[in-house]
Write a protein that binds this ligand. Structure first.
Ligand SMILES: Cc1cc2nc3c(=O)[nH]c(=O)nc-3n(C[C@H](O)[C@H](O)[C@H](O)COP(=O)(O)O)c2cc1C
Length: 92
């Protein structure tokens, strides 16, 4: 399966589950095999820009934790843009 430039190894995704889809959970599911894509918990765009500790914990990842989507929420377009750039730099 392909989404834009990203070739996924399978069409099985882990949906975002607030409070559950943290790095340890994603690592376990990836180790089980067959996962095409995983998503983080919901992250507040402004908190990520401000490098809030909780936001940084929510986007914590590792090289094996790919391909990865980071789910952002916010109401200010410029903040969403800046947070999306940060996510891209983090490898999302
Ligand atoms: C505990 C829990 C937390 C969830 N958190 C999110 C979330 O943060 N963002 C989101 O888009 N969907 C969230 N969802 C929705 C799921 O990602 C998914 O869309 C929903 O469970 C339906 O999946 P299904 O069609 O496979 O049953 C959550 C669902 C549950 C049960």
């Amino acid at each position: 399966m392909r989404i834009g430039p990203i070739e996924l190894s399978s069409a099985l995704f882990v949906s975002p589950l607030a409070g559950y889809t943290n790095l340890p959970m994603r690592r376990i599911v990836r180790e089980l095999g067959g996962l095409g894509w995983a998503t983080t918990n919901l992250v507040n765009a402004r908190s990520l820009i401000e490098q809030n500790r909780t936001a940084l914990k929510l986007v914590a990842s590792s090289p094996a934790d790919r391909p990865l989507a980071i789910q952002l929420f916010g109401a200010v377009p410029e903040e969403m843009r800046d947070a999306a750039i940060i996510c891209q730099e983090l490898g999302a």
